[in-house]
Design a protein. Structure first.
Lengths: 578, 178
């Protein structure tokens, strides 16, 4: 069933990528594309006039093949003449290459062309940049607010927007659905149709989404999805807190596996700082990330089956989670929102029984997973409800910006842990499971297979033994001194005071760094201006592009199939809406 | 008595029986939006087993539930929805605010987050924590139980006093007319 990832075995070297990019650049008028050097990945400053053509060329040219649009975000520089920057992050699955496009925009003329014809993933990202920065997108079919509510005034991520300024939503302003009806139909002649509203608080909607579906009998003709019911202003809050204080906010992005978010953020800042965490921290991060992944997959698969009517499975899969909570609690004192990472290491030294606890978990978890697999794998009811439901091909999934288990269930073996190894993933023996159905069943199955791979990784790391040494870097500019030192040494106390009051001084620069989250590539695009706070901290949420596909996935299926297909996508509202 | 009828008997007042039933059969509506909802799932699942406290009959319909359990951040977009759900619940109803966000907005002092659900609906029990542990939530539910009993007693006494006063007034009036 599982095979090694086919695409990531031969990543191209960086030099050849540079040559190919130069070849593309030469085709456009001089001055319309300016490369920016000295950054973490190749970066082009692209003039708005050629943006659509450049995007098309980058995607279609067999020498570059940037088929995955990872991310689009805005940045505000009030002092510059060209105040806004639209930043695209592109990825080539075949070559393992990355490219960043920056489009500078004047405030009085903040318009970008829509890239939906090139990458469908652009759809919601473009709505987001409109919502957050007021950058208009020409040619977008439904340019409306997506994260904030409709009565919201102003654009929240502009630097001159007061972080605490709220607006009251009244009922007459709430969102009007935008249905993508089949050609030849309009909403006026829908006598035979019925429009059903599900959510935002509905047992079948995981979290806080709202689905509005136009039905013909049981069949969904068109639908629209509304989000924003859990927009908690993560990115604005990042800009008002010091670098360390952002860590608890990252917990609450994907709260089902909060540790992975911690790792993703801390690694990003560490790279900016040029700090390398000690071996013990790296070892523990890898183990705890994999345990978190198991936890996340357990919740996702458990709740998916609840939607299909199988409650037993939920109890089976929730128990491993409860056991892992015990481990996390012993490491940092919290169960769910752990904040166990610190920039440069871990929050504190690992407990003396850490290894014993992990080994015990390796014994406890498999029986529960086995039981669940036995119940469901060949279950006639589940197979009838899930095989072929909400199927998507690998090519289309890539076009919509999918990553993670959902993409791997569609036959594309892209896994950040394998394609761009970090921590200890390149030193252990494990496989990237890939399935080819792309339907609800395969999305369910692949998570089960990944649980076994995670257990395999953890077992190997435990056999290797815990590395000796400190749990955090010994650098007073990054890590807090010990309490004992603070109370007894003048210098340590000064460092402590400076770190708490001013924050870590991160050198000016920008970086995009990614880890494999439980539901895809979790990236952080972070800009520092050399002060104690992030200038901009954007999270690339893996489920944002996945959920933007939901309307397309359920179209033509029955309403009950739509409910089943939502669970398998593993949409976590905290991360979706940040 | 047992020997006479062959069955077990307990003597009590109707009020005590009613209190006992009301105290031990909450039907919560989990208004779960965020991280706290995951901890609520822990609380109802087998490890902590909320049914030991008679509150496991989770109902997703406001018409069928009497405790609104707000678990998670409520933002300005969700606010009107929460208000509508609360209005749809039948009396008597209670509200538990689970977690720092529902209590006060938590550390999201931000442009899109409601600074506590008590901006729009009344709250009976605040459970602190981010998120609260299942033990914390269970403690909150136990506190609510006590509050329910206290309130019922108080209402009964109020009713009795009001009734007595009415009788008195009526007799005074009757006397006056004679």
């Amino acid at each position: 069933m599982s095979t090694l990832a086919p695409l990531s075995e031969t990543p191209e070297t960086a030099t050849s990528t540079v040559q190919e990019l130069e070849a593309v650049r030469a085709r456009f008028p001089a001055g319309s594309i300016l490369p920016q050097d000295g950054l973490d990945q190749p970066t082009w400053i692209v003039s708005r006039d050629v943006l659509a053509a450049v995007a098309r060329e980058l995607k279609d040219n067999p020498q570059t093949q940037f088929d995955l649009m990872l991310d689009l975000c805005g940045v505000d520089f009030p002092d510059r003449e060209e105040r806004f920057e639209a930043v695209y992050h592109l990825y080539s699955l075949h070559r393992g290459a990355r490219l960043r496009l920056k489009v500078p925009l004047r405030e009085d003329d903040a318009v970008i062309p829509s890239l939906i014809p090139v990458w469908k993933a652009a759809n919601w990202f473009e709505r987001e940049i409109y919502d957050m920065f007021g950058v208009r997108v020409e040619g977008h079919p439904n340019l409306s607010r997506i994260l904030t509510h409709e009565a919201f005034q102003g654009h929240a991520l502009r630097k001159d927007y007061d972080p605490a300024r709220r607006w009251i939503l009244t009922e007459d302003k709430i969102y009007k659905p935008h249905f993508d009806l089949p050609p030849g139909e309009n909403e006026d002649d829908m006598f035979e149709r019925m429009t059903v509203n599900i959510g935002p608080t509905h047992p079948a909607m995981h979290g806080t989404f709202r689905l509005m579906a136009v039905l013909d009998g049981e069949t969904i003709v068109a639908s629209d999805v509304e989000i924003g019911y859990l927009h908690r202003c993560f990115e604005k809050m990042s800009e008002t807190h010091t670098w360390q204080h952002v860590i608890p906010y990252t917990d609450r992005l994907n709260y089902c596996s909060s540790f992975i978010n911690n790792v993703g953020y801390c690694k990003t800042v560490e790279k900016l700082l040029g700090v390398e965490p000690p071996p013990k921290a790296v070892w523990a991060r890898t183990i705890l990330s994999e345990f978190s992944r198991i936890m996340d997959h357990c919740v996702c698969n458990g709740t998916t089956l609840v939607d299909a009517g199988g409650l037993t499975n939920f109890w089976y899969l929730f128990q491993p989670r409860e056991e892992i909570y015990g481990l996390l609690e012993s490491v940092c004192g919290a169960r769910l929102t752990v904040s166990a990472c610190r920039i440069g290491g871990l929050i504190q030294d690992l407990p003396p029984d850490f290894e014993a606890r992990c080994r015990r978990l390796l014994e406890i978890i498999p029986p529960f997973v086995e039981d669940s697999e036995k119940l469901v794998n060949k279950n006639r009811i589940w197979i009838d409800r899930s095989v072929g439901i909400a199927a998507i091909s690998g090519e289309e999934a890539v076009n919509w910006g999918w990553t993670g288990p959902c993409l791997r269930a569609s036959g594309v073996g892209y896994d950040v842990r394998r394609a761009h190894p970090y921590d200890l993933y390149d030193t252990v023996d494990w496989e990237v499971p890939v399935l080819y159905g792309g339907d609800v069943y395969d999305r369910w199955r692949i998570r089960m297979l990944e649980i076994w791979q995670s257990l395999k990784i953890i077992r190997q790391l435990l056999d290797r033994g815990m590395p000796e040494g400190p749990h955090i870097v010994d650098d007073p500019h990054v890590a807090l001194p010990s309490k004992e030192a603070c109370y007894n040494e003048m210098e340590a106390m000064i460092y402590h005071f400076k770190l708490i009051m001013d924050g870590i001084r991160v050198p000016a620069g920008e970086i995009y760094n990614m880890v494999e989250g439980a539901n895809g590539e979790l990236g952080f695009y972070t800009i520092s201006d050399g002060t104690g706070k992030p200038y901009r901290n954007h999270c690339r949420p893996p489920c944002f592009p996945i959920f933007s596909t939901f309307s397309r996935l359920i179209q033509g299926g029955s309403l009950s199939d739509a409910i089943v297909s939502l669970g398998g996508l593993n949409i976590v509202a905290g991360e979706l809406e940040r | 008595m047992d020997k006479m009828t062959g069955e077990s008997w307990v003597t009590t007042t109707f009020e005590t029986l009613e209190d006992w039933a009301a105290r031990n059969s909450f039907w919560p509506f989990p208004f779960g939006t965020a991280c706290c909802a995951i901890e609520f799932m822990s609380t109802v699942s087998s490890h902590y087993d909320l049914s030991r406290f008679g509150s496991e009959v989770v109902r997703f319909s406001p018409r069928q539930s009497d405790v609104l359990l707000v678990a998670g951040t409520i933002n300005d977009k969700m606010g009107p929805v929460l208000k509508k759900i609360y209005d749809q619940m039948a009396e008597p109803k209670w509200v538990i605010s689970m977690g720092a966000c529902a209590c006060s907005g938590g550390f999201y002092r931000a442009y899109h987050v409601m600074q506590g659900i008590d901006e729009i609906i009344p709250v009976d029990v605040y459970v602190p924590g981010c998120p609260p542990t299942p033990e914390g939530l269970i403690y909150g539910l136990l506190q609510l139980k006590e509050k329910v009993i206290r309130d019922r007693k108080r209402f009964r006494e109020q009713g009795r006093n009001q009734g007595n006063n009415q009788e008195k007034n009526e007799s005074v009036n009757a006397g006056a007319t004679v």
